[in-house]
Each structure stands twice: as C-alpha cells, then as structure tokens.
Design a protein around this ligand. Structure first.
Ligand code: PXP
Length: 265
C-alpha cells in the first residue's frame, strides 16, 4: 500500500480572521496545531483578491512550518512572481474567478496551454515543483505531463457534490446543488461514473510518471472512497476539517482525519 500524505488547508482560519480584520484566530497557531496532530503538509491559497491568506501569511508559514508547504495559486503574473520568490515546496496551479466562493472546476489545461507552459518553466527556474489542479480526464493527464508538471491534483468536487446529494441533507438545504436535483438512481449512476473517472485518471497519470493528489469537498464521510484509489498519494482537505474544529477543536479534527487517511503499510 502506498503512503497517503494529508495536506491540511488552513485558508478558512484566515477567512474567519479576515471577517473581523484582527489577528484572531492566529494562522500560525493553526499551523502548529495541524502539524502537531497529523498534517503531513500545509496547503494555502494566495488568491489574487487576498480574500483570506495574505502575503505576510505565506512568508510566516514558510518560516515556521515543520512540514512542506503546498502553495496554491492562479496563473497570474504578480502572484507567480511572489510564488517564485517565496519558493514553496510545491506550487499547485488552480483556476480562479473573483466571484466564486471557492475553486470551481479544474484548470482548463487546453485553453491556457501557452500560459501554463511559461509559468511552469518560471517556477521550475526557481526550483519549485508544480502540480496542476485538473478535472479527472485522461486528456488532462496527458496535457499536464506534456506541459512539464510533476504532479496532478484531481478535482473531486463533482464526486463530493454527488455524494452529498445522495448521502446527506444537502438537497433539503439552501445549498442544494440545483443541477444535481435528480432521482436517486441517477445520482447513484453519476456517482459511480465520477468515481470511475477519478480511478481511470489516477491510473493513467501514474502510468505516465505523474504523482497524483486529490482534493475539494472531501470530508469525514466520503474520504474513504478516495482511500480506495491506490494511485492517489495525497489529499488536500480544508473546509471539513476547519468546520469540524469549531466543535471539537482543531487538534481533534486533524487527528480524526489523519486516522481516516492512513493506509496500512
Ligand atoms: N485542493 C485545491 C486545489 C483547492 O483549491 C481546495 C480549495 O481551496 C482544496 C484542495 C480544499 O478543498 P476543501 O476546502 O473543499 O476541502
């Protein structure tokens, strides 16, 4: 069994802090607690709109993290210059729209092929390995390889939405996913297809020499499905861990997720 790396995304701690624009909760405290309780990696997203993580957070986290830092960023000139200077352990390139609540959909590696080629080269010049956050298709895996990325992070958003529409109270809430308000048998079929797409993309990616991560919408209920995909060796999880920490504290929330994402040797 391959080892699983748990990347804990602490952006939401900064979301809470920015809601009041005071240094509370302290992101460095979140970093320490996550690292002490099972995070193998810290993931943060420096957005163009600086909605949560600030430039100073990136520098402080780089200076204090005892585990590797995975810095998510868009293919934006200013941001890439900062990322190249900071030189995190890895950069994950993600799509970014100002109006979105969180990252929606994977990078369009075909539409932004030329920009990506340039940015990946720039990051490599600063010795920063690159992961591309992409939808789970064979074509995207091939393109990521061709563009020179070391890794792909498979977007699990569709899988997670289907899971939640089938197995949680989401359809009865204000946040029901409108386009997935479908009969249960159809949701089940689509969920199976989403899992198959993730498995096939992971198998193909590994076969062409890419490392494979996955993330978005993973939680304590659905993560076991990702654990079955042997080729996936890293999960980046934010919302569900920080949400649980409101009730249990961050230490316990990370420990619980670590238990669920540990593979037997
Ligand atoms: N991976 C990537 C590339 C992301 O953009 C995000 C969301 O910021 C995550 C993982 C974590 O997603 P979630 O907060 O839904 O667990």
């Amino acid at each position: 069994m391959s080892k699983m790396t748990l990347g804990v995304n602490i952006d939401h701690v900064a979301v809470l802090r920015e809601a009041r624009r005071v240094n509370d909760p302290d992101i460095l405290q979140a970093l320490y607690i996550a690292c002490e309780n099972g995070a193998d990696q810290i993931t943060i997203h420096l957005r163009e709109d600086r909605r949560h993580i600030q430039d100073s957070d990136v520098k402080n986290i780089m200076a204090h993290s005892k585990v590797p830092v995975n810095l998510e960023c868009a293919i934006d000139k200013e941001i890439i210059t900062i990322v190249s200077e900071v030189a995190p352990h890895r950069a994950t390139l993600v799509p970014e729209k100002r109006e979105e609540v969180t990252t929606e959909g994977g990078l369009d590696v075909f539409r932004y092929e030329e920009e990506l080629r340039f940015v990946i080269e720039q990051l490599h010049d600063s010795f920063v390995p690159v992961s591309l956050f992409v939808d789970p298709t064979i074509e995207a895996m091939d393109k990521a390889k061709e563009l020179g990325a070391e890794m792909v992070e498979l977007h699990t958003g569709l899988f997670a939405n289907l899971w939640a529409m089938l197995h949680s109270n989401l359809p009865y809430s204000n946040h029901s996913v409108k386009e997935l308000e479908l009969p249960r048998y159809e949701l089940q079929e689509r969920l199976e297809s989403a899992k198959e797409a993730l498995q096939s993309a992971a198998t193909h990616a590994k076969s062409i020499g890419l490392e494979v991560a996955a993330g978005h919408g993973l939680n304590y209920q659905n993560v076991h499905e990702m654990m079955k995909i042997e080729e996936i060796t890293e999960l980046n999880i934010g919302q569900s861990i920080i949400a649980r920490s409101v009730f249990t504290g961050l230490a316990e929330a990370v420990q619980e997720m670590k238990k669920l994402t540990t593979r037997d040797a």
